[in-house]
Each structure stands twice: as structure tokens, then as C-alpha cells.
Design a binder for this molecule. Structure first.
Ligand SMILES: NC(=O)c1ccc[n+]([C@@H]2O[C@H](COP(=O)([O-])OP(=O)(O)OC[C@H]3O[C@@H](n4cnc5c(N)ncnc54)[C@H](OP(=O)(O)O)[C@@H]3O)[C@@H](O)[C@H]2O)c1
Length: 347
């Protein structure tokens, strides 16, 4: 399909907004017509994102939205739910990167967030983690791209469910290490270089909001802890699983190959030789690939499942473009073919 569709990016001056603009710049079907920022109105996109200095595009106010085919909204939690009517008025399809439309029940927003101002939209939105539910996305008008830590966790554990190694009753402990870009471009005391450099800091030891997403879309309540570590990009989930019955390496390979064998963006890495024997954020930095892998610990009747993504790609902007490709019936991989660099420095 060689059709050209127009795209807008609300929140284009942020980290995921910048990644959306980068991806759309290389996309064969989407062409950016507008991007917004209140702080950088009238400034060029290259003023904020130096990798995009070649673009002839300036930020406009989100109050002056133009009509487009697809509108990506990369704004902090709470903004999209407040402006959803205007966003939907401007575009056939809205792809929201925030948590505003990911969960299906208002009560979940009361429990995990600060409530919801337009719960009537929750029924109309489609959660997007294409490897989980791509069949829901064609023609969708409101898409909620999955959260980064939830995406890493769900991608790691899904094969165990599909192969019935997990039923949903077992205890699963998940530890996620995340890079600083997860916090967005806005400054806070904790994100200053002096405070953030060199850390391995438990920032959400319990009660992380993505637990709600994992519970809803994987059907499993996980014991979930997130550490902020000294990298810019990346989310790496280590899942400790205690199945009732013994599981062999062959069972695990079968499970992972069965689910991801034909997936364009998934790679299974589990042992073998070389330096990169398990998933690592560094191997997928800047790309829409997700890596998953595992190891067996028979002594403790434990499976260890690893999963690594780039939080700003497979965990947000890449996932959003992937979902839009499916929604519009385009090639799933369009604009997302970049395979990353090796070697690279800290991602
Ligand atoms: N960073 C990640 O790794 C990641 C991963 C998954 C999901 N997400 C989600 O994606 C969303 C964006 O994250 P981010 O990290 O890109 O955030 P960010 O770097 O802080 O960028 C936020 C953007 O939203 C704009 N904005 C803020 N308030 C606004 C308002 N009231 N109306 C219109 N625009 C507004 C900001 O520009 P102005 O203030 O200049 O308008 C900025 O361009 C968040 O909901 C986040 O939870 C982020």
C-alpha cells in the first residue's frame, strides 16, 4: 500500500514525542503535518531534538489542532482524558501513549490512578500490544499503547501462559530495571544528573501502576518491583516463576518459539555462546525489537524469564506506530525496520 496518510504528534517536544517524529520521518505511509508543544511553540523541532534538525517543521500550540488521519498523543497522564473530544474531532484514529485509556474499568482508575474524567471512553479504546492482541486493532479509532514496564513483563511471561506452564495461580516475582528516559523530559530533583548518575535505586518497590495492566491483559497478579538504574534507554524485566510441575529447556524453547517464531519484532535469546547470551536493553536500543529469554533453576524449582525492550520504542513510540500500521492496514513493520547499532555505548 503506497497511500500517504497525514499524522499529528501532540507532545512532540517530549522524549516519546521525539521518537514518534523520528519514526514518522522514515515512515513510507505517514507524513507529519503538525506537532505541538506549548513551551516550544514556533521553535523548530530540531531545536529540541538535534537528530531531527533536517526537518522543516515547527511546534504549534495544541489548541490549534489540524485535521489528520492519525493523531499520536504523547502527553503526561491525565492530559488525553481531558482533551479526548478535541483529539477525536481532529483525527480518524487517536493513538495515545499515556495510561489514560489502557484499563477497561473506571474502578481501576480509582484504585491505581486519580480516577477518570471520561470513563465512557474506556469501552471504546483498544489496548495495543500487538503480539498480544493485534486482531483488535484494524480500524480502531482510539488506541492505548501499552506501558513500557508492562510490555516488557507481558512479553516475557506470555509464552508460559500459552503453553500452559503458568495457569495464573502461581506466584511470580518481577523485577524491572529502567532507564532515566522513562521519566520523560521534564526535570525533577531525582532526575538531575548528580542524583541519577550511578544509581540502582528501588523507585517503585511495591504498588507500581503497571501491575493493573499486567493483571488485566495477562490475567496474572505479579509481585512487581521497579529499579531505576544508570542507563538512558531500556526496560529489562527479570521474572521469577515457580511452576507446579517440572519444566524442561525443551518445553521452554517450544513455548517461546511457538508464540514468537513468526513475530517480526521478537527475538528469543536463551544461553548459547558469546557475550550477549540473554536479553539486554543494549541489544535493542533505538529499535522496535523485544528480546525474551529464560533459564531453568531445577534446584529451586524456578524458571527465570528475561525480557528487554527500549522503553521509548517497543515500550511506547514504536509500539504506537506498530499499532497504527495495523489499524490502517499497512505493513506491520513499516517505518520500524531499524536494527540498531553494535557496538554502542550506554543506551
Ligand atoms: N518515557 C517513556 O519511556 C514512556 C514509555 C511509555 C509510555 N510513556 C507515556 O508517554 C507519555 C509521554 O511521555 P514522555 O516521556 O514523552 O513525556 P515528556 O518527555 O514529559 O513529554 C510530554 C510532552 O507533553 C507535552 N504536554 C505536557 N502537558 C501538556 C498539556 N497539558 N497539553 C498538551 N501537551 C502537553 C509536553 O510539551 P509542552 O509542555 O511544551 O506542551 C511534552 O511535549 C506519558 O503519558 C508517559 O507516561 C512514556
Amino acid at each position: 500500500m503506497s497511500e500517504t496518510l497525514t499524522a499529528g504528534v501532540v507532545g512532540g517536544s517530549g522524549f516519546t514525542g521525539g521518537e514518534l517524529l523520528r519514526l514518522l520521518d522514515g515512515h513510507p505511509n505517514f507524513e507529519v503535518a503538525q506537532t505541538t508543544s506549548r513551551s516550544y511553540e514556533r521553535k523548530t523541532v530540531g531545536h529540541v531534538h538535534p537528530n531531527l534538525r533536517h526537518l522543516d517543521l515547527r511546534f504549534t500550540s495544541p489548541a490549534d489542532l489540524e485535521s489528520v488521519d492519525v493523531l499520536f498523543t504523547a502527553t503526561p497522564h491525565g492530559v488525553s482524558m481531558e482533551h479526548i473530544d478535541a483529539f477525536q474531532e481532529a483525527a480518524d484514529t487517536v493513538v495515545d501513549l499515556s495510561a489514560d485509556f489502557r484499563l477497561s474499568e473506571e474502578a481501576q482508575y480509582d484504585e491505581w490512578y486519580d480516577g477518570h474524567v471520561c470513563p465512557e471512553y474506556l469501552d471504546k479504546s483498544e489496548y495495543a500490544l500487538p503480539e498480544l492482541n493485534r486482531e483488535n486493532l484494524p480500524g480502531a479509532e482510539l488506541i492505548a499503547a501499552g506501558g513500557c514496564n508492562a510490555t516488557a513483563t507481558i512479553l516475557g511471561l506470555k509464552p508460559l501462559f500459552d503453553a500452559e506452564i503458568l495457569s495464573g495461580d502461581e506466584q511470580v516475582v518481577v523485577d524491572v530495571k529502567v532507564g532515566s528516559s522513562e521519566g520523560g523530559a521534564g526535570a525533577s530533583k531525582a532526575s538531575s544528573h548528580a542524583e541519577r548518575s550511578g544509581i540502582v535505586r528501588p523507585y517503585a518497590p511495591t504498588g507500581h501502576r503497571h501491575e493493573a495492566e499486567i493483571q488485566e491483559y495477562l490475567g496474572l497478579s505479579v509481585s512487581f518491583t521497579v529499579h531505576a538504574v544508570d542507563m538512558v534507554r531500556g526496560a529489562a524485566a527479570t521474572c521469577h516463576v515457580f511452576p507446579d510441575d517440572p519444566v524442561s529447556k525443551g518445553d521452554m524453547w517450544k513455548a517461546f518459539r511457538g508464540v514468537y517464531g513468526d513475530e517480526p519484532f521478537m527475538r528469543t535469546v536463551a544461553g548459547g555462546g558469546g557475550v550477549y547470551r540473554y536479553p539486554e536493553p543494549k541489544s535493542v536500543a533505538g529499535t522496535n525489537y523485544g528480546e525474551v529469554g529464560f533459564e531453568i533453576d531445577p534446584t529451586n524449582r524456578r524458571l527465570v524469564v528475561f525480557s528487554a525492550i527500549d522503553n521509548m520504542m517497543k515500550g511506547s513510540a514504536g509500539q504506537a506506530v506498530h499499532a497504527a500500521n495495523i489499524a490502517f492496514g499497512l505493513e506491520e513493520t513499516a517505518g520500524l525496520e531499524f536494527t540498531g547499532y553494535h557496538p554502542i555505548g550506554s543506551p
